[in-house]
Design a protein around this ligand. Sequence first.
Ligand code: ZN
Length: 71
Amino acid sequence: MVCVSIQTTRYSRGRRVHTLVSCPFCGHDFQPNEPRWKHLLDEHDPEDAGLTPAGEIAPGHDAPLFGGVQR
Ligand SMILES: [Zn+2]
């Protein structure tokens, strides 16, 4: 199943507007003027996006991204 969360509308002069039409985490369909940020803050936690819980620091968070680089 393919879930489309973003709708792109093209206007004159190539201007494009991207609109979140459904929640990528739970599939909630947004009403046209519904504030997306409110749903995301009220209904979801960072874990829904694969992040560590709020206020928790992941072990190894300060490790270098690239190791073993020779100069
Ligand atoms: Zn949601």
